[in-house]
Structure formats: C-alpha cells, structure tokens
Design a protein around this ligand. Structure first.
Ligand code: FE2
Length: 442
C-alpha cells in the first residue's frame, strides 16, 4: 500500500478547550499540533472550521457475535437479562460462521461511520464448535486496517455451570483470543462463582492476559464477586489488567459496604465498565415502584481513582432492540442515569467513551499528543458537552492519517412566516459563539 500523503487539519478545537489548533498527520502519526502550522509539500488540507477534534471513540464492552440478530429466532418478550440468555441459547444452534461474520462486519461499518475505532467484544465460548470464535477472529483480521478489535473469551453459560466450558475457553485462547472472560454471578452457587473468579484470574496470570468479567450483573446486593475479583487481582499481581464489567449489584448495596468496596477496587487497580443503555433497561425488572436504575456507582468509582469506561454492550440482539454504534448516545445515557450533569462530570462521561476506555483496552499510541497514532474524529460541536447534548455528527473519521468516513453537517432549512423577511434560513443546534461554558452567564 502506498504511504498516505500528509494530512493537515486546520482550525480545530480540542477537548481540553484549546482553539485554532492545526494537526499534522505524517506516516500514520501525529507529527505536529499547534497554531498556524506550515503545510508540507503535497499535504491534504482540511478546514475543521472550529469543530471539535477528538481521539476516536472506544467501546469497552460489546457482543459482536450476537449483534444485529434481533428477532432471530424470536423477540425477547419479557425484556429481561435471563430471557435474553435463554433466547441466545435458542439461537446458537442456528448460527453459521458466515452469518455471524457478516453481521459483525456490518456493525463495524456502522462503528467507523460513528467514529468508533476500537471495540472490546466478548465472544461466547460455550460452544464445542467455537463458531463465533472462528468467525470473529476472521472479522478481527479483516477490520484490522481500520478498527482495533479485542476479543474476550466469554463463557456465557457459566464456566463451572457448563460441562466442558473450561476446555472450550482454553481452546479459544489457544486460537488467539485476547482476554479472559467470565460470569461468576451466573454460576450454580455463590461459592462456584468465587471459584470461577480464582480459576479465570490464575489462567490469565499463567498466560499473561488481561481479565474482563461480567461481574455481578444483577440487582441482588449480596452479589459481591467484585470483591473476590479485586482480591485475586492483587494476589496475582494483575493490577491494571483486570476489569469488572457491569457491577450493577453495587447500585443496590448498602452504602457502608459500597464505600469499603470502592476503596478496595481502587486499591487493587481494577477497572470498571458500566453499560448505561443496557443497565437502565435490563435491571430493576422485578421492581414495582420505585424502580432501581441498576447502573453501578460511576461518580463514586471515578472519585476514588478507578478508571471507569462505558460500553454499548448490545445493539439489536436478544438483550436490546435498539442502538446504532453511537458512543455519544451511550455516554449521554450514562450522564443522565448517574446525574453527572455538572460541566466537569459531563467531561468525565466523554472520557468514559474515549480515553478511559482506551486505557482499559490498553491501546498503544491513543490520544492527541505528538507521536500518537493519527486516529481522530471531527465532531460537529464546540466542546465535549455540546457533543453529548447533540449526539454530534461525525464530520470526519480518520485512521492513521487517512480519512475513512465523512458525514454531512446536520442542519435544517426553515420557512417561517414573519422570520428572516419570509426567506428560508438555515439553523443548526450548536451553541453560537459567545461566553464560554461555565462563564458568568451560567
Ligand atoms: Fe455484556
């Protein structure tokens, strides 16, 4: 492949608020960043017109093997997590490698168009044939030029609950899966849940792999496997390589215990992933009123220094009938559910779908510093808060200095009596230039 010409993006605003910034991408990397950069010979120049230039979105938790299968072989009538697992069990014997790969590839196309260039996907390994594993290894190879796909060996039906699951999980790792997964709260007994956490962490330590468990995805406040996960991470020296996904039971825990637990999670270097769209729809299903929200304690975990990422988890599958690879929708739901409406808290939610999730995935060269990979998304917004408010258009998506996707700016042409002298005029929903957010007018 020929080397891409230098790419010079002019007049961008950065997430930290710096304006009128130019970015030069050379040989796939950010070569320079600053005001009024000189254009090298042969450079492709793009005027960002003051829009927000960010590193791309990162999804810390997804299921590519199930995505876009909504309605196959039937719809989840109760809308619950458990019927979703049952429905996935009905679908599994009907799956083909080709169909899984085709749907996953289509989802990756959506992701790129939305500026989502890195996904950690769990893959069900409770299948003798390892169909989904083989399909997604092939998808990973095919999307590698434009999207980082990380695959988690996930025993959906339980590591100890399912005969042969430990063996198929090992085989999946042998085939090249990247991360050790698990689901301790779904094992037959609480003790077996704890035992599965120990086995999985030891397996990860033995193979030098990260761990990412579906952990305590229930409204039961007694589900405390995250405590064991934090303990094992410390015992085995896995700090910084272990993630607890969902952690929804923490929503319902006693505050005293939760305070102790948050400190333990921080101390053990375990990361947390919330899945706001899925948690708010799947949890609290047995409640009458008031109904619990079910999302884990995001602001408290962040305040304790835990790296918290957000995941989309599901799109058009047995668990969720909506979604479109839009990580701004995920983050906006997260900020609403956690009531993180202050300006700084909104930025933390933006971080949860960008830098925090990149740290959880261990992505190398991610960010906006010189020397980082020139992976970028240009958003039709002036700030991260505005991007969240508007689910901003992804005007440009760039990978390694090459433009992958362009999207037209959102605008409308209005024809309003008594306005603009009766002439049509255009309107967009971005904040017009004026006092900075957080200024005296707020
Ligand atoms: Fe999940």
């Amino acid at each position: 492949m020929n080397a891409a010409p230098p790419l010079l993006i002019r007049n961008a605003t950065l997430p930290d608020g710096r304006g009128d910034i130019d970015l030069l991408a050379l040989d796939g990397r950010i070569a320079a960043l600053g005001p009024a950069l000189p254009a090298p010979a042969g450079a492709v120049a793009i005027d960002a017109q003051g829009w927000l230039l960010s590193p791309p979105f990162v999804d810390a938790h997804f299921h590519l093997d199930a995505t876009l299968s909504f309605g196959l072989p039937r719809v989840n009538a109760s809308g619950t997590l458990l019927e979703g697992i049952q429905l996935w069990g009905e679908l599994k014997p009907l799956l083909t490698e080709e169909a899984i790969a085709e749907r996953a590839l289509q989802y990756c196309d959506w992701a790129v168009a939305r500026g989502l260039l890195a996904i950690r996907s769990h893959v069900d390994v409770c299948d003798e044939r390892l169909l989904a594993v083989r399909a997604l290894i092939e998808v990973k190879r095919r999307v590698a030029p434009y999207l980082d796909l990380q695959l988690v060996a996930f025993p959906q039906d339980g590591l100890l609950r399912t005969a042969g699951a430990l063996d198929t999980l090992r085989r999946a790792l042998d085939l090249g899966l990247d991360v050790v997964g698990g689901i301790p709260h779904f094992e037959r007994t609480y003790e077996q849940g704890g035992e599965s956490v120990r086995l999985l962490c030891e397996l990860a330590a033995e193979r030098g792999l990260p761990v990412d468990l579906h952990c305590d995805e229930t409204d039961d406040p007694q589900s405390r496997h995250i405590e064991t996960l934090a303990f094992q991470a410390r015992r085995l020296g896995l700090q910084g390589r272990v993630t607890g996904s969902h952690l929804t039971s923490m929503h319902s825990m006693d505050n005293d215990y939760a305070a102790k637990l948050v400190a333990l999670i921080a101390d053990s270097g375990v990361h947390a992933v919330a899945n706001p769209l899925i948690n708010i729809t799947l949890q609290g299903r047995r409640d009458s009123y008031p109904k619990r929200r079910g999302m884990t304690r995001v602001p408290e975990l962040m305040a304790a220094g835990v790296t918290v990422g957000f995941g989309h988890d599901c799109v058009l599958d047995p668990w969720y009938a909506l979604g479109s690879a839009d990580m701004l929708e995920v983050a906006a739901m997260g900020l609403h559910v956690a009531q993180m409406t202050a300006q700084a808290a909104q930025r933390q939610c933006f971080d949860a779908v960008t830098v925090n999730s990149a740290r959880i995935l261990g992505l190398q060269g991610y960010g906006l510093d010189v020397g980082c990979r020139a992976d970028l998304v240009l958003l039709q917004a002036r700030s991260p808060e505005e991007a969240l408010r508007l689910r901003a258009q992804r005007l440009l998506v760039v990978r390694g200095g090459t433009v992958l996707s362009r999207m037209a700016p959102a605008s409308a042409e209005l024809h309003l009596p008594g306005r603009a002298g009766g002439r049509p005029f255009s309107v967009d929903f971005t904040r017009q230039p004026g006092p900075a957010p957080g200024g005296a007018d707020r």
